[in-house]
Design a binder for this molecule. Structure first.
Ligand code: B12
Length: 342
């Protein structure tokens, strides 16, 4: 018999099999791979994090490289959601063991619910009584929920740094209720630096680390470091977004329509710029620019167009000193020219 937590098949091999099933749109096959691993002795947490979550990251890479279409990504993600449910039903977590109550929610405008779902499942297995609020939860609605239910902790999840201004509103809702807030997901930066900026009380890089961190009380953080000037310039970018996107589109690719991928990419550019201004970190925009330079979505912004768009934004936003300083900063300029740290 295999000891719990070990398994005959290595997670990397399982991941490859699992990805094959996703690629073949084979829901039952993917469920069989996951349940087979649990039956062979791999613990449920490892199946969720080392197989499903890792495979989903690879799905993202394949989409970004143009190897998989949006439709293939949607099918794969739907299957992974079904797999999470199947694994949870097949080997249910024990009853919550009085560790505490936690609400898990995605930031407003954040549709990446699967990372939050995986976190919720892992915390349930660590004895937490979890309420899963799902994707895109408006801060005002969260405040009502907290008032009515009073959990011990709120966990907020986001994959897109462009949602950070929404994180701030959620932090404020939690502070008003006196409930500590734990942040996580790629939106908060590789080392959680933007979680601190928006005033979250804690951050963890993954669900295992989150469970470990929550074994003790979260130390209460200060109010974050977003000042009035950053808020004002971010709000201005938000208000001017439609006009900026239309102006940029006309400049970088005359004749592009409002529904084109280009408009989408330019919208993301303005949103990521606004988030970078908000947390006052050029590195946030530089990471986004490098990402755009590598992503192969048909009709998307090219590196040359990106350079033109950044120059154009610098001219159009001349009245916003922080924004201009950020656009002219070394990390941003290097990212535009394709040089600098990855
Ligand atoms: C599936 C998917 C989608 C689905 C999501 C459906 C769903 N039900 O979740 C849909 C189609 C909606 C989608 C949309 C978009 N997506 Co998408 N998506 C993905 C994909 C392929 C998988 C997401 C996933 O499940 N990841 C697996 C999880 C487990 O990974 P994880 O984030 O590391 O989660 C762990 C930790 O972060 C942590 N954690 C998570 N939350 C929390 C919370 C707390 C409190 C704590 C402590 C820890 C914690 O625990 C998790 C488990 O260990 C990712 C690729 C990727 N790398 O994630 C792209 C990805 C995130 N998407 C991306 C993009 C660009 C988009 C779109 C903008 C595309 C578009 N042009 O429309 C939109 C934006 C939508 C929006 N506003 O939210 C990019 C983001 C790039 C960037 N520069 O930021 C990625 C990285 C793809 C890529 N390789 O480029 N997407």
């Amino acid at each position: 018999m295999t000891a719990p937590g070990t398994a005959a098949v290595a997670p990397a091999t399982l991941r490859a099999e699992y990805l094959d099933r996703l690629g073949a749109s084979d829901e039952q096959g993917a469920i069989d791979v996951a349940l087979g691993a649990v039956d062979a002795g791999l613990d449920v947490e490892a199946v969720l994090l080392d197989v499903v979550a890792e495979a989903q990251r690879e799905v993202g890479e394949r989409w970004a490289a143009g190897a998989w279409s949006v439709v293939q990504e949607h099918i794969a993600t739907h299957i992974s959601e079904r797999v999470v449910s199947a694994v949870a039903r097949h080997r249910p977590a024990g009853p919550s063991s009085g560790v505490g109550r936690i609400a898990v929610a995605c930031l407003d405008g954040e549709w990446h619910a699967l990372p939050a779902r995986l976190l919720a499942e892992v915390l349930t297995r660590h004895g937490w009584d979890v309420t899963f609020l799902g994707s895109s939860v408006p801060a005002a609605q969260l405040a009502v929920h907290l008032h009515e239910t009073g959990p011990d902790v709120v966990a907020v999840s986001s994959s897109l740094p462009s949602r950070l201004p929404a994180a701030r509103r959620m932090v404020e809702a939690c502070r008003a209720s006196g409930i500590p807030i734990l942040a996580g997901g790629a939106a908060f930066g590789p080392c959680g630096e933007w979680a601190t900026a928006v005033g979250a009380d804690g951050w963890a890089p993954d669900a295992r680390a989150a469970a470990a961190l929550l074994e003790g009380p979260l130390p209460r953080a200060d109010a974050g470091r977003v000042d009035d000037a950053s808020r004002e310039e971010q709000a201005l970018l938000h208000t001017r977004r439609p006009e900026l996107v239309a102006g940029l589109a006309a400049r970088v690719r005359a004749g592009a329509g409002p529904d084109d991928q280009l408009a989408d990419d330019l919208g993301h550019l303005v949103d990521f710029l606004a988030a970078a201004v908000y947390v006052d970190d050029p590195g946030l925009l530089a990471r986004f620019l490098r990402w755009v330079g590598t992503v192969a979505v048909p009709g998307g912004l090219t590196r040359e167009e990106l350079r033109g768009a950044v120059d154009d934004l610098t001219e159009r936003l001349a009245d916003s000193p922080r924004t201009v300083a950020l656009l002219r900063s070394e990390p941003v300029q290097e990212a535009c020219s394709g040089t600098g740290a990855a």
